[in-house]
Design a protein around this ligand. Structure first.
Ligand code: THU
Length: 187
């Protein structure tokens, strides 16, 4: 089923932008995540999810790529399945994209309601997208709600919260173990 997301695009701001995206970028993002639902492998839940990442034009890698998409991939061993957001981000990371590459995220389902990324995906997204990156959550008609990564995962844990390993060695106390390895000192 093709959906026309252009019918529901809100009025742009004074700069012609909607949550920082041009109308063309927004159309591309919306169309991409709605179409990506068709890629879903979801024989168990039958719940198709498409996700797309809008890449900053200035991103150093693959200049021609503007959107990278993914969909959920389920498994007969149910917990092994992967969400659409993480398949899309995994593809982008393998193409060399990192924090700073992503301008926006789009997610789409077949539901009337607006589906937000699950908790695990919010944490995964947080590693690679700054707090200000908008997440466009689409329903089946192409209408969307928008929250930023920071709004979806406030007070989040990220790489900058981890002290360097050498500092932590001093905190917990590390000694040489057998065969050249290390072990935490016994209290
Ligand atoms: N799913 C996603 O792909 N993204 C989300 O953010 C929520 C859930 C998938 C996982 C599973 O394949 C199906 O939706 C039902 O939970």
């Amino acid at each position: 089923m093709s959906t026309d997301p252009t019918s529901s695009i809100p009025r742009p701001d004074a700069n012609g932008l909607v949550h920082g995206l041009t109308i063309e970028e927004l159309k591309l993002l919306s169309t991409s995540c709605l179409e990506a639902r068709a890629l879903a492998y979801c024989p168990y839940s039958l719940f198709r999810v498409g996700a797309s990442l809008l890449i900053h034009a200035s991103s150093p890698t693959t200049a021609s790529t503007t959107v990278i998409s993914g969909a959920n991939i389920e498994n007969a061993s149910y917990p092994v399945g992967t969400c659409a957001e993480r398949t899309a981000l995994g593809t982008a990371i393998l193409q060399g994209h990192r924090l700073g590459s992503f301008k926006a995220i789009g997610v789409a389902t077949d539901m009337d309601d607006f589906c937000s990324p699950c908790g695990m995906c919010r944490q995964f997204i947080r590693e690679f997208c700054g707090n200000e990156v908008p997440v466009f959550m689409h329903n089946k008609s192409g209408e969307f709600r928008v929250l930023t990564v920071g709004e979806l995962l406030p007070m989040s844990f990220g790489p900058e919260k981890l002290p360097p390993r050498e500092v932590l060695k001093g905190v917990v106390g590390v000694e040489q173990g057998g065969e050249g390895g290390e072990k935490i000192k016994e209290a």
